[in-house]
Design a protein around this ligand. Structure first.
Ligand SMILES: Nc1ncnc2c1ncn2[C@@H]1O[C@H](COP(=O)(O)OP(=O)(O)OP(=O)(O)O)[C@@H](O)[C@H]1O
Ligand SMILES: [Mg+2]
Length: 238
């Protein structure tokens, strides 16, 4: 469970998050809303890239915002980015190892096993020793996912993980994202504009629009909520 209270972020004249109060109940949760709604900003606050003007983000009685940003990855806050972050000149294995060595506490062989484990889980064993530069966009997307879930994360933030992924691969991605809580014990949050992906992964979803919470609850209810539909129609007309 992740409890967010009265969270506000200000960039100059723009209030990217405006007194947001919501509780992610656990499992895999959705976070949706039109472009510019504040979804990535919320991820940036949780992972420590952005400092809010007010608010709390509490998980397991710990306020994440009291934790220095460098300590959060080690504690277990992980994320993917809208653009792929893998290092082109390293192999798939090395890319995942780099993240895991930064966060892991176990022995070297435990660390290596964890990396091979996650590569098998996301389906990248065949390209384990290939340099990222030689790989397809599809493989890069799954590397990004592997980097976010290797080891023992506590919170995994997926920011548009399906962007650039061929449609026939989204079912595979959905299966992975859905099983993150059971596999790792983490709470996962999925941001995506693909509502079928959100529906396939998330029992519970929150909606932001212009930095404010518009709705939250069971995904099926939320996707039919008039305020949510209105937010998206407004976006199309813009
Ligand atoms: N570093 C920044 N400096 C200034 N303004 C910012 C910054 N980051 C975000 N914003 C502004 O905050 C608002 C929310 O942006 P955010 O990136 O969180 O939206 P989003 O919901 O992730 O949108 P998208 O679906 O397009 O990714 C936007 O108006 C954006 O321009
Ligand atoms: Mg975004």
């Amino acid at each position: 469970m992740i409890e967010i209270t009265d969270l506000s972020v200000q960039f100059g004249g723009v209030r990217s998050l405006d007194q947001v109060t919501l509780t992610f109940p656990g499992g895999t949760c959705g976070l949706i809303g039109p472009n510019g709604a504040g979804k990535t900003t919320l991820f940036n606050v949780m992972s420590g890239f952005v400092t809010p003007v007010s608010g709390r983000v509490v998980i397991d009685d710990i306020d994440l915002l009291d934790m220095p940003d460098y300590a959060r990855a080690r504690w277990g806050v992980r994320r993917t980015f809208q653009t792929v972050q893998a290092i082109e000149s390293l192999t798939v294995y090395e890319n995942v190892l780099t993240v895991h060595e930064h966060a892991a506490k176990g022995s070297r062989s435990d660390t290596q096993d964890a990396v091979d484990d996650v590569l098998a889980f996301v389906g990248l064993t065949d390209v384990r020793d290939k340099v990222v530069r030689t790989l397809s966009q599809r493989d890069r997307r799954f590397i990004e996912v592997a980097r976010a879930i290797v080891g023992a994360p506590r919170i995994v933030l997926f920011d548009e993980p399906a962007a650039g992924l061929p449609e026939e691969e989204t079912e595979h991605l959905a299966e992975i994202i859905r099983s993150v809580p059971e596999r790792t014990g983490a709470t996962a949050i999925l941001v995506d504009h693909d509502m079928s992906l959100v529906q396939a992964c998330c029992e519970w979803t929150a909606v932001l629009d212009f930095g404010r919470l518009v709705a939250a609850g069971p995904t099926a209810d939320v996707l039919h909520d008039e305020r949510v539909l209105a937010a998206y129609v407004g976006d199309e007309e813009a």
